[in-house]
Design a protein around this ligand. Structure first.
Ligand SMILES: [Zn+2]
Length: 151
């Protein structure tokens, strides 16, 4: 049973060459009064899925205790070499596990519901004429010759 209602979903399409898996950012409004930004639409191996906003996990340096971003090779405080998590199979899904969710549903039903709503809006937006043009300002140079990747 869903108690909250997603009242608005705003989609900001991304088509950066640098991160093809990240399809869009979404801003989701619940019950017209609570907004969650930085929800991501990601193309995984099993299709599109929605990732909730997250922050990078940190690991403490065993020598000085400085908190470094996961997968740093050396401590940025003392230069001590840091133990590496296994580097193999770094898929987008695996990378998610190095992130801590900031806001997220705690029931599968709610997760499903949010994902459905976000992907519906994403679908609409992606089909609009002129889709793929990001209105968002970005510092990176604008590549005008993106390959078509429509299904
Ligand atoms: Zn250190």
């Amino acid at each position: 049973m869903i108690r909250v209602d997603v009242t608005e979903v705003r989609i900001m399409l991304r088509n950066k060459e640098s991160n093809k898996k990240l399809k869009a950012y979404a801003t989701v409004t619940f019950d017209s009064c609570f907004v969650v930004r930085d929800v991501k639409v990601i193309e995984g191996s099993k299709g599109l899925f929605v990732a909730m906003p997250s922050s990078k996990m940190k690991v403490s340096c065993p020598k000085c205790g400085h908190r470094n971003v996961v997968r740093s090779h050396f401590c940025s405080q003392c230069g001590n070499a840091l133990e590496q998590p296994r580097a193999a199979a770094v898929s987008e899904e695996n990378r998610q596990s190095e992130h801590k969710d900031i806001a997220h549903p705690i029931t599968p039903e709610c997760r499903e519901y949010i994902q459905k709503r976000v992907l519906e809006e994403y679908d609409k937006k992606a089909k609009e004429p002129g889709a793929g043009q990001t209105s968002e300002s970005s510092s990176a140079a604008d590549f005008s010759c993106n390959g078509e990747e429509n299904d």
